[in-house]
Write a protein that binds this ligand. Structure first.
Ligand code: NAP
Length: 469
């Protein structure tokens, strides 16, 4: 019998567990999926936007795996805390697979980055996703104008959520306090700004297109700015996703409607678009590189100074020495996630990943039997949820090959995992504890006249888990 710990219950962790229990080469593997939070599903629960119900429903597939008889979910377990490093884990498990994702955000490294009102988009996402580490009152949305730096899918998510009316979010699982904040939102203009051209934006076309179909917001583009991109006029040679992005943007640029209102932060109630009630504008801007976040410590941010860029002919851009300020009292930096070092594991500072060979952790360049990685901590924060499946399969295959070759301990670990975790000071929440949280969130939804409403704090989650756990 082989006992494996998978650290992290997001898609990469769950797909790894699935690959391990659904194969026949090494029968009878028991997988313990440990998570720091009492709730499973990682970024599917705490990263996928609440209005993306279809992607969120992936939780049902992940759930099937976590309910497999040889998979055991244990939440509220802080791997890396004193007394629970790689060495202690190896006393309880033949192998450990770290699927811990990328826990923090990349920095811009420009003046003003830490002024009040300048936040990472991942903080904002955590807040509206009810992550228990995000204070319920973290965001007030008193700004008239919000500037989102970056043009990836996270930037699109936060811009879209900011552009929605509270009524559109009431049917989702956003926490009640955040819903109240959205109802009081004063945000009218949302600027999403890329440092390169439209053909190099990182968002995917489905997500981009969705911005154009929001019931109470319109997208504004500047045709002359889009045209600065050499591929704009002739996108035929671009990879499919970039070509389709350019086509969508061009469609918007060619609309007869006014493209770019001149004064940000002003109300423009309705533009005659039939059947709509326009409240907000999403301005897509390109070839602007952030140089400084403007403002002061007392009154917070008042905008972002960008340097205008121009294509350098090699896919990058160069500065032009010309600057443009975009006013905004809220700045969301959406320039990508970053992995953080794991206690006791080697770490590649540059990539924010754990060095590995086909998923085997490399210590001083040599594969370390029994230690593996999968997901963003293995390959960096890129790709969609499905990208984790082949990644997890590769790691599982390496682990199984090592087991087959006798590279993992032959002796069964001394103690049962729950005892080891308890001895390390942990209070694991088992699967039935999570079911208690689910039931409490459904009850809260009924009480508030909504569907499921997430519990946003540690005390509430742990209390709900205790009702069944
Ligand atoms: P991302 O796709 O890597 O996009 C990061 C953006 O930040 C890019 O526009 C990048 O521009 C820009 N950027 C980076 N450093 C910058 C700097 N110093 N100054 C200005 N701009 C800078 O990251 P993400 O949006 O966080 O998404 C992470 C992953 O999650 C992606 O694979 C994404 O597709 C996925 N995701 C998917 C969905 C979905 O499927 N609906 C939703 C959310 C996230 P450059 O290109 O010039 O570097």
């Amino acid at each position: 019998m082989l006992r494996v710990a998978v650290i992290g219950s997001g898609p990469s962790g769950v797909y790894t567990a699935q690959a391990l229990v659904e194969q026949r080469a090494v029968p009878g593997i028991e997988v313990y999926v440990l998570d720091r939070l009492p709730c499973p599903y990682g970024l599917v629960r705490y990263g996928v936007a609440p209005d993306h119900e279809k992607i969120k429903s992936l939780q049902n597939n992940l759930r099937t795996v976590l309910e497999h008889p040889r998979v055991h979910f244990l939440g509220n377990v802080d791997v890396g805390a004193p007394g629970l490093g790689p060495r202690e884990l190896r006393r309880a498990f033949h192998a450990v697979v770290y699927c811990v994702g990328a826990a923090t955000d990349r920095r811009l490294g420009i003046p003003g980055e830490d002024l009040p009102g300048s936040c990472s988009a991942t903080d904002f996402v955590s807040w509206y996703s009810a992550h228990p580490d995000a204070p319920a009152g973290r965001f007030a949305l008193t700004a008239r104008s919000a500037v989102v730096i970056g043009v990836g899918n996270v930037a699109v998510d936060v811009a879209r959520v900011l552009a929605r009316e509270a009524a559109e979010l009431a049917g989702t699982d956003v926490p009640q306090t955040a819903l109240g904040t959205f109802a009081d939102s004063r945000v009218r203009d949302i600027w999403m700004v890329g440092r390169r051209g439209p053909s190099q934006a990182k968002f995917t076309t489905k997500e981009l297109r969705e911005l154009g179909s929001l019931p109470h917001a319109e997208v504004c583009v500047r045709p002359e700015e889009l045209a600065l991109d050499p591929a704009y006029g002739d996108p035929g040679g671009l990879p499919a996703v970039n070509r389709r992005n350019v086509e969508v943007l061009r469609g918007w640029a060619e609309r007869p409607a006014p493209q770019e209102p001149d004064r940000p932060g002003t109300d423009r109630p309705g533009t005659g678009r039939p059947g709509t009630d326009l409240v907000r504008r999403i301005h897509l801007r390109f070839f602007l590189r952030p140089a400084e976040i403007l403002g002061d410590a007392e009154s917070g941010v008042r905008g972002v100074r960008f340097e205008r860029t121009a294509p350098d002919g090699w896919g990058g851009v160069r500065g032009t020495g010309r600057y443009e300020d975009i006013a905004g009292e809220l700045v969301l930096r959406s320039v990508g996630y970053r992995g953080t070092p794991q206690e006791g594991l080697p770490f590649d500072q540059e990539g924010g990943t754990v060095p590995h060979l086909e998923g085997r952790v490399l210590r001083d360049g040599v594969p370390s039997p029994g230690e593996y990685v999968a997901g963003w901590i293995k390959r960096g924060p890129t790709g969609v949820i499905g990208t984790n499946r082949p990644c997890a399969k590769q790691t599982a295959a390496s682990l199984l090959a090592d087991a087959g070759a006798g590279a993992l301990d032959e002796e069964p670990p001394a103690q049962d995992p729950v005892t080891v975790l308890r001895q390390a000071g942990q209070r694991p929440v088992p699967w039935r504890g999570w079911l208690g949280i689910e039931a409490a969130e459904a009850a809260l939804g009924r009480e508030l006249g909504r569907t499921v409403v997430k519990i946003p704090d540690w005390d509430g989650l742990l209390a709900a888990a205790r009702t069944t756990g």
